[in-house]
Design a protein around this ligand. Sequence first.
Ligand SMILES: [Zn+2]
Length: 328
Amino acid sequence: MKILRRSVVLLVCTAVCMLFTNAAFADYDIKVQINGVADTGNSIIDFGEYAPVQINSRTYVHTRTFAQSAGMKVGWDQENQTAFIKVIADKNSDKPIEVYAAQQFEALGDNGFGTPSSITVSMMLDNSEAVFRYNYDIGEGHIRGLGKTFEMDGAATLIDDKALMVPLRNLMEILGLQVEWSQEDMTAYISVPYDVRIGDNLEETDRWVPERYYAAFTPPGYIPDGVHEIGEYLGNFKLTKYCPCNICNGGWGDNTAWAGKIIPGQTVGVNLKDGIPKLAWLYIDGIGWRRAEDTGGGIGYHHIDVAVSSHYEATHGNILYRDVWLAK
Ligand SMILES: [Zn+2]
């Protein structure tokens, strides 16, 4: 009797689980093989605990595992909730992918942008846009970019709150890599094409679409300690950006006026004449909670200076105008 009951339970579970996985992630044991990308050999990527999945009939792969297996660098920008994949351009590299990147810059010709440096693809969580860039080094750590924005078939998606999954075919198209799918083997074969493919309609572009500079979004629903709700409406403010460097912050370096070090993603500079108390939490529409920890001579009425993490971010992108509230 006990055995019977257990098998019934198991059956129910199997049925429910299958229903669930088919609705969301149908896992077909998809494999990805890279041929002559990270090195001259062929290998099937070991995705470990984050195997490729199908979402809406598209194959998604774990960004970090894929990128590292293919000889690319990968980074995660927590502040902007954005992953980037980077391919170094180096025609003397022993990684075919890096030689291919260098060949793409050669094919672009001498456009006076600067010294070819790398190719990046940035993908923001829960967003289907991917920003592709050819990055040129223009000295003193500054980068000038030529690129475009791609619309992927689906948004970059988190699994287990930590593994960022992106549509494989879109990522390959963006990087100019070749992908062939074998239904029989359930395998995607990735390779560097013989012909050098460069994007068309490229424009000088920031690493992010401008609004994302501020993106520094506090996660949806996040409420800082001691803040419970949005209070008084302060008005529509002009937003500019600064970083903790001496250029942006004068002799103050990375220090704020009232709260120790600048914290990108938290610190903003305000004008006390706007009636914002020192150290008050503010809610900025589309950006989230920020704390009035700093001030400066260049901050006028109805103007907030938002701290970001790099000088590049601080000096690129548009000025925004946003509604601002005081926290209760
Ligand atoms: Zn700066």
